[in-house]
Design a protein. Structure first.
Length: 233
């Protein structure tokens, strides 16, 4: 079976080195190296790095555990450093894997020979995998297909969005799009940098069942979490 990819743990001391910096329709995105770590910064806000990946893997595992069938079609919202994709591609339970990423720069950073390709190359070469350059909400509105699971990791969560246009995902309107795009019994899993009881209520009010929050302990501060919900009808 394919193996999971990770860079060795490291406590960097030197100054970060900027590998690429681009400005696009959603603002600035930066890829930088800090010691052995690769980091993605969006509009000056730290998004993620290659130090761990536990929470990204849990995002996929929690969705798979809540799903009542194998061979499903998984949508991953946000390519990031590639942890979620690599983990999903290592699991034969997924029949198809679609990744939606709005930043062309992030996709480029995963191309062969690019800095993040060591994390994602095997997954991107997997025939089950496709990567689409588009916004998540736009794809949910226009995809014309259903998914068995949506694993969404496009910013820091419902209470801490990186750009204002991401806020629409966490509203009743955005969650209705998620629900419509899921097949009956499908699972919605959303990564967040902190728990949100208010968002749990929004999920229930949007017609989802089985709403719960799974925590991922971190070294300091509040835990990362995955918000889970199921479309039952």
């Amino acid at each position: 079976m394919p193996h999971h990819y990770s860079l060795p743990p490291h406590r960097p001391t030197e100054e970060p080195e900027v590998l690429d910096r681009r400005t696009g329709p959603h603002g600035e995105v930066v890829l930088r190296r800090h010691g052995d770590l690769l980091q993605i910064i969006a509009n000056g806000c730290f998004l993620m790095d290659t130090s761990d990946g536990r929470s990204e893997r849990l995002l996929v595992d929690a969705a798979a555990a809540a799903l009542d069938r194998d061979g499903g079609h998984l949508l991953i919202g946000g390519l990031g450093v590639g942890f979620s994709l690599a983990h999903a591609a290592a699991d034969p339970r997924w029949g198809r894997i679609t990744v939606v990423e709005r930043e062309a720069a992030v996709i480029d950073w995963h191309r062969p020979g690019a800095p993040l390709s060591t994390l994602s190359r095997a997954a991107l070469d997997d025939p089950r995998t496709e990567v689409l350059h588009t916004g998540l909400l736009e794809h949910l509105r226009t995809a014309g297909r259903s998914y068995d699971a949506l694993c969404l990791d496009v910013d820091n969560g419902p209470d801490w969005t990186v750009t204002e246009d991401n806020e629409g995902l966490y509203t009743p309107t955005g969650l209705a799009l998620c629900r419509e795009r899921l097949a009956p019994g499908g699972v919605l899993a959303i990564w967040s940098a902190q728990p949100s009881a208010v968002f749990e209520g929004t999920l229930r009010n949007s017609g989802f069942q089985g709403v719960r929050t799974q925590e991922i302990p971190v070294a300091r501060g509040v835990p990362d979490v995955v918000h889970l919900a199921v479309r039952t009808g």
